[in-house]
Ligand binder design. Structure first.
Ligand code: URA
Length: 227
């Protein structure tokens, strides 16, 4: 039987295939490296959106809800989105690493409790190997979504996109290139704009002013694009 899928249905089907491939590769990486059975959280939102946001990795709250940015960082993001004039429901939001970057708290015993219920876990940074592994799947995910603008939140998604789209080039930090629009190879007309991670405002509230400037630029870019 031939399937007659709409554009969005076919995007969803292709995304599911990429997510399964990533889950298999990441699970094997994690078991080889003696880590935890993770709770995976997939990208979520409007697959035909002009804008895709990419975070670092889901935390405890996101593993519980199954949705990216549904905890404290998500509340900050929702408030900041006001400056782009976009509603969250208009966007597609995903993460670079799609499982919780967890580690056992010092002094607690390892256990098989699932990552979402395990109170003895804390968050850890992504390793370079995990970012490299995620980068090829993230690239495929973005090519399927084919948005006009990709906004990376913080350094981890920026590193992954540099590995996927600009291999061999020196990777800039978000502080060095935030608010700049860079054309991405492999797409017809898609730009990358890096901004800080919303959670960085918890530790550096003085960055809020420049963050808002960057988000206003993004809003303006999207409005001019649709003219
Ligand atoms: N929640 C996410 O989904 N991603 C982040 O990067 C941070 C919090």
């Amino acid at each position: 039987m031939t399937e007659n899928l709409t554009g969005n249905e076919s995007k969803i089907k292709n995304l599911e295939a990429v997510y399964s491939g990533y889950m298999a590769a990441a699970s094997s990486f994690l078991s080889d490296n003696d880590m935890f059975t993770p709770g995976f959280v997939w990208g979520c939102g409007d697959v035909s959106s002009d804008m895709v946001l990419i975070g670092e990795a889901p935390g405890k709250d996101e593993v519980e809800t199954g949705k990216p940015f549904s905890g404290k960082a998500g509340s900050i993001l929702n408030r900041l989105l006001y400056y782009t004039s976009c509603e969250r429901s208009d966007l597609f939001i995903t993460n670079t690493i799609k499982y919780r970057l967890a580690r056992q708290r010092a002094g607690s015993l390892p256990s098989m409790i699932p990552v979402c219920e395990n109170k003895s876990l804390s968050n850890r940074p992504a390793s370079s190997k995990e970012i490299l592994l995620a980068s090829s799947y993230l690239k495929e995910e973005l090519l399927i979504l084919n948005p006009r603008l990709i906004v990376t939140l913080g350094n981890t998604p920026l590193r992954a996109l540099c590995a996927g789209f600009f291999p061999g080039e020196k990777v800039k930090t978000v502080g060095e290139c935030r608010g700049e629009f860079v054309k991405l190879p492999g797409f017809k007309d898609t730009y990358l704009c890096p901004v800080f991670h919303p959670a960085s405002l918890i530790y550096n509230p003085s960055n809020e002013y420049i963050y808002i400037e960057d988000l206003k630029k993004i809003g303006e870019y999207l409005r001019n694009m649709s003219k």
